[in-house]
Design a protein around this ligand. Structure first.
Ligand SMILES: *Cc1c(COP(=O)(O)O)cnc(C)c1O
Length: 382
């Protein structure tokens, strides 16, 4: 089956019990123990922290879409990421890309470091930096591509090869691309993580995280973390993401098409100094991106000449919500220096190119002509 068909026909299109064309919301915390002489492993469902049929449906769907062995759902993307990192032990070393999601840097540097996890942040867009950071206690490499907010590209195949040769776990945050555009497990990664809050949920109405392991064996190691940390979602939120995923292809195709049109328009705008979008011919990572993903996605960033112009844009823009997050049906304009990257030192932000003139756009489903008209007035001098 091709991807669009798999979004609809994945084993959960009907409810076996009733024939309903959808997965029921099992709003229950607990399940009858059928045989009191036996333990919880004697039946599939026992207590909803450990498993629930609505969650199981979502976990099966994401595992099928990412082409992995087992899927896991969490209460947020950070719940998924923290739980996956929770598979490591005190004294282990993890190498992470320096421009991964801000919350992921924060949990590594401010929580796991305190518990004795060694963390090295490197520029993974240069795979040699990953190779050079490997130490005898290194256990995992953590990657994200395209990066946030500058859409830098990491060569997944090259970095995963380095990780595999050294016997390290390769973990990839695939939130920006989704399995529709990029499937890291097919490129050899071990675990994929998602903020399903974004394109998978797709409607800015739910916070949820997902993880998929390439092998059953890794799934057996992640399951106890999910069950004991307990960062699990509720059934309504699971149901919302199951529903959102059905339209992933049409939503992402439309939003990506708009991103392409707006990227071309922004490049020609006199007040715009730089446009960061992997679909542009001069994007330095374009060839690598095209080799590992089937489209440039629906996210871009651009810089205005001055901070005043950037602030005026947020104030005047009408069809883009000035807000954090991405991947919804509405276009969102966020400001990395006061949102996703606010916890980062000014010096590091400057080094990474996250300036006060930088605007990040996550395209939604509005018509591109209307967005051009709106962006045009938002960038106009008074
Ligand atoms: C939003 C986001 C996260 C965190 O997900 P939450 O659902 O907000 O906890 C992680 N990674 C990326 C790339 C994100 O955009």
């Amino acid at each position: 089956m091709k991807f669009g068909t798999l979004l609809i026909h994945n084993g959960h299109e009907t409810d076996a019990g009733t024939g309903a064309l959808g997965v029921p919301v099992y709003q229950t915390s607990t399940f009858l123990r059928r045989d009191m002489s036996k333990g919880p492993d004697s039946q599939e469902y026992d207590y909803s922290r450990g498993g629930n049929p609505t969650r199981k449906a979502l976990e099966d769907v994401i595992a099928a879409l990412e082409n992995g062995a087992r899927g896991f759902a969490f209460g947020s993307g950070m719940g998924a990421i923290s739980s996956v990192i929770g598979m490591l032990s005190t004294g282990d070393h993890i190498i992470a890309s320096e421009d991964i999601y801000g919350g992921s840097v924060f949990v590594l540097e401010n929580f796991y470091k305190r518990w004795g996890l060694e963390v090295s942040l490197v520029d993974a867009a240069d795979p040699d930096q990953v190779r050079k950071a490997i130490k005898p206690n290194t256990k995992a490499v953590y990657l994200e591509t395209p990066s946030n907010p500058l859409l830098k590209i990491t060569d997944l195949k090259a970095c995963i090869k380095i990780a595999r040769e050294a016997g390290l776990l390769a973990i990839v945050d695939n939130t920006f691309m989704t399995p529709y555009l990029q499937r890291p497990l097919d490129l050899g990664a071990d675990i994929v993580v998602h903020s399903a809050t974004k394109f998978l949920g797709g409607h800015s109405d739910v916070i949820l995280g997902l993880a998929v392991t390439r092998t059953e064996e890794l799934g057996k190691k992640l399951y106890p973390v999910q069950n004991s940390y307990g960062a699990i979602p509720g059934p309504w939120d699971e149901w919302l993401v199951i529903r959102g995923i059905k339209t992933l292809k049409v939503r992402l195709e439309a939003a990506q098409n708009t991103a392409k049109i707006l990227a071309d328009w922004l490049v020609k705008h006199p007040k715009v100094t730089d446009v960061y979008y992997p679909g542009l011919p001069n994007h330095p990572g374009r060839a690598i991106h095209e080799a590992q993903a089937s489209g440039p996605g629906a996210m871009l960033a651009f810089k205005t000449q001055t901070e005043e112009q950037a602030l005026a844009f947020y104030k005047r823009v009408r069809l883009a919500a000035a807000a954090p997050s991405l991947g919804g049906v509405e276009t969102i304009a966020s400001r990395p220096v006061t949102m996703s990257h606010v916890a980062m030192s000014a010096e590091k932000r400057e080094r990474l190119g996250v300036t006060s003139t930088l605007i990040r756009i996550a395209f939604g489903l509005e018509d591109p002509e209307d967005l051009i008209g709106d962006f045009d007035q938002a960038l106009r001098e008074e």
